[in-house]
Structures are given as C-alpha cells and as structure tokens.
Design a protein around this ligand. Structure first.
Ligand code: FES
Length: 63
C-alpha cells in the first residue's frame, strides 16, 4: 500500500512569459556538452534559442 506523503519541493521552476526559465532552490545543473556540473542556487535558462551563452539567458530574447 502506498503512503500519502507530502512532498517538499527542492527547487522551483518559473516560466517567464516570452523569456527564460528561472530555476531556484536546491538543484544541480549538469551541462553534458561542457562536461560541467554546478549547483548555483538560481539560474535563468534560455528558451528562445537566441542566447550566445546557452544554456543561460543573456537577455537576447528582449531584442
Ligand atoms: S530566453 Fe533569454 S536569451 Fe533566450
């Protein structure tokens, strides 16, 4: 029988309208392309594809 456990979120993902994803909290970001792994506490990830610093947002979506 499965217990009804209350789950405490470790991280929050916010979808910014016409902009990036903001991820905050306790998480690890693994970038396999650069072979890096960081736990920044907060990160803004590009969703538009225009960023020159992918996977991070560089605000190119505003142009
Ligand atoms: S979402 Fe900001 S540069 Fe792509």
């Amino acid at each position: 029988m499965e217990e009804n456990k209350e789950i405490t979120p470790q991280a929050t993902v916010e979808v910014i309208e016409f902009g990036p994803l903001r991820i905050s909290g306790n998480f690890t970001l693994k970038d396999l392309r650069r072979d890096s792994e960081v736990s920044p506490g907060e990160v803004w990830l590009c969703r538009c594809g225009k960023s020159q610093t992918k996977p991070y947002c560089d605000e190119s979506h505003k142009k």
